[in-house]
Write a protein that binds this ligand. Structure first.
Ligand SMILES: Nc1ncnc2c1ncn2[C@@H]1O[C@H](COP(=O)(O)OP(=O)(O)OP(=O)(O)O)[C@@H](O)[C@H]1O
Ligand SMILES: [Mg+2]
Length: 406
């Protein structure tokens, strides 16, 4: 395809929901959303594809409205990947680049990335991204971008994000089943972070927590860069399931109770809540419901705490933590997280985009929006009459210069 890419598509394949966002760039250079949709997903387990037809059919169905709304055919996308198999490691590499007056080229940067990742990731894992943290040139450390600088020995420290190869392959196959080529796979929590964090937050130190249906993703940023990614195999649906088991009710009723009665509510009568289910009226103790919800939230945030500890960031995040994902809508979750994590907590709302974006300024859309934003940046998408920097869809090759900072 020689045509200049004008659109970027973010496709978030969640355990419970699939979401897509189509973005383009206005003449004034702003990113604008021209299409979006969400729909129920099937065939996923804890963020991982468990059968191919479930997600393929769900994506296909959901994209119908996206294509109608945006007027474009969706055949490629930046896609989210999720699951406890997604992880990051820090890696470093060093290369000799030439005589002392040598100027660092793109090729040198790619070569030092390769040197850093070799042997760092087992053969059964796919490297999704190599995110440079800092370079050292002839002993001078802390360089953010050495391109064009002079030196003979180049060192790189980077975060390497990887996923189990069969899982990423099956995800690609599932999207291909909906005739969508996944140009690049990005962990949902990392994509979501790109839609909700400011440069200042990333510079000072912040964590994003993606409270999804069956997973909880954690991404830590400091000095402007991604420092750590981890995913827990537990999410907001576990709360629903606990309510269903303990109260011996359908999961649909449990979901309703979770959404309506979590946290403080004035809908109690003498400490009870009343739910109409068909002809029946069901009565539950609010204290018992609170206890069930809080027990599971405690477990989830304890897991988050362990992730922060593993990443050595337990108590040093000046900008606190930002909650995204559908679970961020749970009534009272901010107060609960504040206590459990002993940090300032905000809900991450993806704002600042034009077009129809105001309709999706919700924490559950952060990942799909972040994927679309990343695709705009990496594919060099410009306004319709402008010229593309790269002239067409780039595949964002593995060792290519990865993120355009914004
Ligand atoms: N208003 C609400 N109140 C409480 N919980 C909510 C609300 N809206 C959504 N949720 C919960 O959010 C979860 C779904 O979130 P999301 O759509 O981000 O998950 P997902 O991306 O499909 O899953 P995962 O990221 O784990 O693969 C469900 O557990 C749902 O009950
Ligand atoms: Mg999700």
């Amino acid at each position: 395809m020689d045509e200049v890419a004008k659109y970027a598509i973010g496709l978030d394949v969640g355990t419970e929901n699939v979401r897509a966002v189509v973005a383009t760039v206005n003449h004034d250079g702003d990113i604008s959303v021209i299409g979006y949709n969400e729909g129920a997903n099937a065939g996923m387990r804890k963020g991982v594809v468990a059968n191919l037809t479930g997600p393929a059919d769900s994506i296909d169905k959901m994209l119908g409205e996206v294509e109608r709304m945006s007027g474009i055919e969706v055949n490629s996308a930046y896609t989210s990947i999720n699951g406890a198999h997604v992880m990051s490691v820090k890696a470093d590499g060093m290369i000799a680049v030439g005589p002392e007056d040598h100027e660092i080229t793109d090729a040198d940067m790619k070569r030092v990335e390769q040197a850093a990742v070799i042997g760092r990731v087992p053969a059964n894992r796919d490297i999704l991204d190599v995110l440079p943290l800092s370079y050292t040139l002839d002993g001078q450390s802390g360089i953010k971008d050495p391109l064009g600088m002079t030196g003979s020995r180049l060192e790189l420290k980077a975060s390497v994000i990887s996923a189990l190869a069969p899982n990423s392959l099956n995800l690609r196959k599932a999207t291909e089943g909906a005739r969508v080529q996944s140009e690049k796979l990005i962990p949902s929590v990392v994509a979501g972070a790109r839609a909700v964090l400011s440069e200042k937050q990333k510079e000072n130190g912040v964590a994003v927590i993606d409270l999804g249906a069956a997973t909880t993703g954690v991404a830590i940023f400091e000095e402007g860069d991604l420092q750590y990614v981890g995913v827990l195999p537990v999410g907001a649906n576990n709360i629903t399931n606990d309510l269903a088991i303990v109260l011996q009710i359908d999961t649909s009723i449990a979901e309703d109770i979770k959404r309506r009665f979590a946290g403080e509510t004035d809908e109690t009568v003498d400490g009870d809540i009343l739910i109409r289910h068909g002809k029946e009226e069901l009565v539950f103790s609010k204290a018992e419901i609170d206890e069930i919800i809080e027990a599971r939230l405690s477990e989830i945030f304890e897991g988050v705490r362990k992730e922060l500890k593993a990443a050595k960031y337990d108590h040093k995040l000046p900008e606190g933590m930002v909650l995204i994902g559908g679970g961020a809508n749970l009534n009272g979750v901010v107060e609960f997280a504040k206590q459990a994590l002993e940090a300032s907590i905000k809900i991450g709302i993806p704002t600042g985009l034009g077009g129809v974006a105001d309709a999706i300024e919700k924490p559950e859309y952060a990942a799909a929006i972040g994927l679309a934003i990343t695709a705009v940046r990496e594919n060099g998408i410009r306004a319709e009459h402008g010229k593309s920097k790269k002239g067409g869809k780039s595949s964002g090759g593995l060792f290519s210069k990865l993120f355009h900072k914004f």
